[in-house]
Design a protein around this ligand. Structure first.
Ligand code: CAA
Length: 246
């Protein structure tokens, strides 16, 4: 398999860490971003300790268009052009719409959706010029079906797939694929932050009978990033234990 350069936004969370590890194990150079300094050294020590030595972390606010452009230029200088972009950074501000503030809306839309523009823009021309690229957007089951308390998050996550379908058509002939993955409820801190009784009711409605594992998402990312996945583009692939079937 060709060694590629992968950029994974927000790679220090549950799903992001698994994606970084899996792409590194597949032989790629992996760069991830973090928004605030604090835990990057221990995260890097952990992943290097697993034998994934070609993994790097750079600070970048994914809501800041200029900062994202500067990050991609720095990655190019330090490692080379980005071949694989995984738009994974995301936050929740769960609250019913009647109580939702403009700030709850803006923070979620900027982090989950504007970031997709901010990161895709500086990598896409170079991908098309080199006739290879993979853009993988990590959306959510709740962008497909909606969720009480998540008008902001569901709107942003549905928007990601609209972006995927449009850009996929624009770059398909240039060797660049653009896909969405829509995870269901995965055992991460984000899901553990859902109140326990609510979480219990959600798990009871997952036909497979459990939360998903971050590694299950990471394996699909790794496949979509590979040469073999070149005929998959504009897709929205659900991994949700059967909770929502389309
Ligand atoms: N369905 C129907 N009614 C609900 C409800 C639900 N899920 N949750 C609350 N209600 C009802 C309440 O019982 C209450 O009714 P009454 O007024 O009759 O008492 C009313 O709605 C208002 O409830 P709250 O005032 O408690 O609403 P809130 O604004 O505080 O919000 C909430 C509650 C925080 C949204 C809570 O429902 C919640 O956390 N829900 C889970 C949201 C969720 O699944 N988030 C996913 C996070 S993980 C993730 O996002 C990753 C991913 O991609 C899958």
């Amino acid at each position: 398999m060709a060694k590629r350069i992968a950029l994974v936004t927000g790679g220090m969370g549950g799903i992001g860490s698994a994606i970084c590890k899996t792409l590194a194990e597949a032989g790629h150079t992996v760069v991830t971003t973090y928004s605030k300094p604090g835990r990057e050294q221990s995260w890097l020590a952990d992943i290097h300790g697993l034998g994934c030595h070609d993994v790097y972390a750079y600070q970048c606010d994914v809501t800041d268009t200029d900062a994202c452009q500067a990050l991609v230029a720095k990655i190019h200088k330090d490692h080379g052009p980005v071949d694989i972009l995984v738009n994974n950074a995301g936050i929740t501000r769960d609250v019913s719409f009647r109580k939702q503030s403009k700030d709850d809306w803006d923070q979620v839309l900027r982090t989950n959706l504007d970031s997709v523009f901010n990161m895709s823009k500086p990598v896409v021309d170079s991908m098309t010029e080199r006739s290879f690229g993979r853009i993988i957007n990590i959306s959510s089951i709740n962008g497909q079906k909606g969720q009480f308390g998540q008008t902001n998050y569901s709107a942003a996550k549905a928007g990601m797939h609209g972006f995927t379908m449009a850009l996929a058509q624009e770059v398909a002939r240039k060797g660049v694929t653009v896909n969405t993955i829509s995870p269901g409820y995965i055992a991460t801190e984000m899901v553990m932050a859902v109140p326990e009784d609510t979480r219990g009711k959600i798990i009871a409605n997952i036909p497979v009978g459990r939360l998903g594992k971050p590694e299950e998402i990471a394996s699909l990312v790794s496949y979509l990033a590979s040469e073999q996945a070149g005929f998959i583009t504009g897709s929205n692939i659900a991994i949700n234990g059967g909770q929502h079937m389309m």
